[in-house]
Write a protein that binds this ligand. Structure first.
Ligand SMILES: [Mg+2]
Length: 364
């Protein structure tokens, strides 16, 4: 195998807005389309690495693009060595701070660099990271928002298509009774061997969370996610200590340092970093080491294509969060068989753009 070193030639980015098959209603926002930035890292050797990031709000794609342009100018001509470049870019952005849109751009750039390296070695990303290709069990997160109770039951059953054995419901309705009604409506129609997770998207205060989570303890939920503000680690720790259902947090960890603090504070039973917030592949692997040594089961958040590779290379791999939001712009969308995502047998993270779809969905 030709293990060639790469030199960065440039970075191009393309903002797109991808309509979602099923809008997602959370306790904070209704999402009907996914504004994304497609990042291509070109090398002097002719290999191009691909990655995408979610921008959440369409206008912010321009801001992430500006941060990517800044990255490109800072490191073009450098050897493509993501861990080295991450340190160099952290210095470059020290005064503005590597958070927010800068953090998003850095993570996207890092993911595209790793994709290029895997392509250059001719192996799937998971193998470059020391893992092996294998199916990863996934829960279907494409629905069960804060929809009306009448539609919840039908939606829950639809989400089992593809053999999924796990789905996630969003909570944070007007009161505890409404949350209980929603959970029971869904649980009643799901087969007994199907797992149900619940996500509050930080909707509650500490006292309200204690009351609702304790009441939910009898409902058989697999985990309760982000019941309170994501960075209130003492509050999360108090909940985790007094609620029987495992508490899940992590999609808002900015960098592995945040996860280290959360784990040290016993803020959660399970963790689920987001590759776009935790620092790309480089940050994820640091976080995976923390999860492994602390024995914390680790799941992923969004971006299932690259997350499958990362989970397969993580010792405490738990569940993959499956969403189909990028399918429309990918040549070969991720396949799900028996509720497990199948890692493609091709070099890189498996992301290649459907050029026609990208032209159609491009925004500027
Ligand atoms: Mg969540």
């Amino acid at each position: 195998m030709d293990n060639k070193l790469l030199t960065l030639r440039g970075v191009t980015v393309t903002p797109v807005n991808v309509p979602m098959k099923r809008p997602l209603v959370t306790s904070v926002q209704t999402i009907v389309s996914a504004p994304m930035l497609l990042i291509d890292v070109q090398t002097q050797e002719g290999v191009t690495g691909h990655a995408y990031v979610f921008c959440y709000l369409q206008r912010l794609a321009v801001a992430v693009k500006a941060a990517c342009d800044e990255i490109a100018e800072a490191v073009t001509g450098e050897r493509l060595a993501p861990r080295h470049l991450a340190a160099q870019l952290k210095r470059h952005f020290r005064l503005v701070g590597a958070t927010g849109v800068v953090n998003t751009a850095l993570a996207g750039f890092d993911m595209a660099c790793w994709d290029a390296m895997a392509r250059a070695t001719g192996s799937p990303l998971v193998e470059l990271l020391g893992g092996r290709r294998r199916p990863i069990r996934a829960y279907n997160s494409c629905g069960l928002g804060m929809s009306a109770p009448e539609t919840l039951a039908a939606e829950a059953l639809e989400l089992l298509e593809g053999g999924f054995k796990a789905v996630k419901i969003r909570l944070g309705r007007a009161d505890l009774e409404a949350d209980l009604r929603a959970v029971r409506t869904v649980r009643r129609v799901l087969p007994a061997d199907v797992v149900l997770m619940a996500d509050y998207n930080q909707a509650l205060g500490r006292a309200e969370a204690l009351q609702r989570c304790r009441a939910l303890d009898d409902e058989g939920l697999y985990w309760i996610e982000e019941p309170i503000r994501h960075d209130d680690y003492p509050g999360c720790a108090a909940l985790a200590a007094s609620v029987a259902t495992p508490i899940q947090i992590g999609e808002n960890f900015v960098g592995p340092q945040a996860m280290a603090l959360a784990l040290a504070a016993n803020a959660c039973d399970y963790c689920m970093p987001d590759v776009e917030r935790i620092g790309g592949v480089t940050g994820w692997m640091d976080a995976a080491a923390l999860a492994a040594v602390s024995g914390t089961p680790m799941s992923s958040h969004l971006m299932p294509e690259i997350s499958a590779h990362l989970l397969a290379a993580s010792a405490s791999c738990h569940w993959l969060e499956y969403v189909d939001w990028a399918d429309a712009i990918l040549q070969e969308p991720l396949q799900v068989v028996d509720g497990h995502v199948q890692m493609p047998d091709r070099p890189g993270s498996g992301i290649d753009w459907d050029a026609k779809a990208v032209r159609r969905l491009r925004i500027e």
